[in-house]
Design a binder for this molecule. Structure first.
Ligand SMILES: [Zn+2]
Length: 382
């Protein structure tokens, strides 16, 4: 028997779990489907398929760029400005480097990982023959000398055990150098309104894309602009997908939709990142690669105030987002990063609060309805 698990089996198991005290509505069902989908950088197909399905269901024109980012267009008036909403489809993961003669898999990381997040975890190696389950082995306490017990295992010492007894056996499972590796996790409900799952960075952004389209249609909102809903590839390894997608869209305004950095937990260093779960949409003012366009910031705050949507802000050096690529396109584009505060990013288990997601979608609906040619010209003028 091949030591293979089915991604769908995991998904069904997760769906079948009772959700105590709360109904899993379509938003949570979609977030669960997206969270459980394996899509490390360069292997975004499983998430791209979901976005394509939903873009097509909503009647958008759907296309891809040359790197695999997917673009759904909701056309407005011909003279309306082009607004780009970007959420990245990829998650942090790894890629197979080689298999040792003993059948252990050595890997190279994709995206920013802490060494301490790597050991004692389950992973899925995505081979041509199907998904293969793996565990990053942790030396038993029984054989760990006292002086090593508080030490972090360096990333280059971590290996994946697929149960194979030799290189040949691992290869027979389908494992080859270059195969993508995704963290394994199953989405679950925590206390009412809070959820835990892998890859919420940036599947919350993917939910924002899809729910914004659905609510625009359901509420009969005609926007005075053409909106490009873009699922980008390879954000976690340097916003490589946004770099090419923006050239296809040529936006007048660019907004990235993201999982933000919540440090509102014990030891979280909230002086480094100010976001809190449940405090509303986050407007990034500064990160490691961009400063927000101040007129766009003021516009978003005005929309929030008028519609009783509380906003919070972030100033951090701890990361950057696709909005940096949108901002630097061509001769420059007003851009902002709008986020849902997320705890424990870039690990197997991240946490969000549902109310933040809903309020961020509300903010987008209200903002998009106002971004006409005059407003965009006003924001773009210096
Ligand atoms: Zn992200």
């Amino acid at each position: 028997m091949r030591k293979v698990i089915s991604g769908f089996g995991l998904l069904l198991f997760a769906v079948a779990l009772p959700v105590p005290g709360q109904q899993a509505d379509r938003v949570i069902k979609l977030l669960e489907e997206l969270s459980n989908a394996p899509a490390p950088s360069g292997y975004e197909g499983p998430v791209r398929d979901i976005l394509k399905r939903e873009f097509q269901a909503a009647g958008l024109d759907v296309s891809s760029d040359g790197m695999g980012s997917v673009i759904g267009v909701l056309r407005g008036p011909t003279d309306g400005p082009r607004i780009m909403l970007a959420a990245h489809m990829d998650e942090v993961g790894a890629i197979v480097r080689f298999v040792t003669p003993e059948g252990m898999v050595k890997f190279q990381l994709l995206g920013g990982w802490l060494d301490q997040a790597l050991v004692d975890q389950r992973w899925t190696i995505l081979t041509d023959k199907g998904p293969v389950a793996a565990v990053s082995g942790l030396k038993s306490v029984h054989v760990t000398p006292p002086e090593e017990r508080t030490r972090v295992t360096p990333r280059d010492d971590v290996f994946l055990d697929v149960g194979a007894k030799s290189k040949e056996e691992a290869e027979a499972l389908g494992i080859r150098p270059g195969d993508p590796i995704a963290p394994t996790g199953s989405f679950a409900a925590l206390a009412p309104g809070r959820y835990v799952g892998k890859a919420l960075d940036d599947r919350v952004g993917c939910v924002m894309l899809i729910e914004t389209i659905r609510r625009l249609k359901e509420q009969g909102i005609k926007t005075p602009n053409t909106i490009y809903f873009v699922g980008t590839v390879q954000e976690e390894i340097g916003s490589r997908g946004a770099h090419t997608a923006v050239a296809l869209v040529k936006p007048a305004i660019g907004l990235s939709l993201e999982a933000g950095i919540a440090a509102d937990h014990p030891g979280g260093r909230s002086d480094f990142a100010q976001e809190r779960l449940g405090a509303g949409p986050v407007i990034y003012l500064a990160d490691a690669a961009m400063l927000v366009n101040l007129k766009l910031r003021d516009f978003l705050f005005e929309v929030g105030q008028k519609n009783n949507i509380p906003l919070q802000t972030e100033v951090t050096r701890g990361g950057y987002e696709d909005s940096a690529e949108l901002q630097a396109y061509g001769t420059g584009v007003p851009a902002a990063n709008i986020a849902v505060a997320t705890r424990y990013l870039h690990a197997h288990n991240s946490e969000i609060e549902r109310s933040d997601l809903d309020r961020t979608i509300d903010l987008l609906l209200k903002a998009l309805a106002q971004l006409d040619a005059r407003k965009v010209a006003e924001i773009s003028a210096f």
